[in-house]
Design a binder for this molecule. Structure first.
Ligand code: ZN
Ligand code: ZN
Ligand code: ZN
Length: 107
């Protein structure tokens, strides 16, 4: 799976987010490309972000950088670790959900 953006290692960390737990990339609904974060998308894609609508949250749009498994948006939101390799995810990413996903009450 190719991950675009300012990637710094092979577990999808980037120049913006690179702690131990920053191991996921997100596929953007606008271009169907994986980027580690919205800042990477902003710097490398020449178009605005299109968010995933709620009815498409069963799309495989999250890549675990630790085991390279694709997860659905639901699987990702429901878990604080990778359901496949059990690597812990950064729970602070939750603050950024509204950037990537259409959330209730955040319009
Ligand atoms: Zn895009
Ligand atoms: Zn980034
Ligand atoms: Zn994993």
């Amino acid at each position: 799976m190719h991950v675009y953006g300012s990637v710094v290692d092979n577990e999808t960390r980037c120049t913006h987010y690179h702690t131990e737990k920053d191991i996921i990339a997100i596929k953007f609904a606008c271009c169907n490309r994986y980027y580690p974060c919205y800042k990477c998308h902003e710097e490398h894609a020449q178009h605005p972000i299109k968010r995933w609508p709620k009815e498409q949250f069963d799309t495989f749009a999250i890549l675990c950088g630790a085991c390279q498994t694709e997860l659905t948006i639901h699987q990702y939101m429901d878990s604080s670790q990778c359901p496949h390799c059990h690597a812990p995810f950064n729970d602070r990413c939750e603050l950024h959900y509204p950037i990537y996903f259409e959330m209730e009450g955040t319009e």
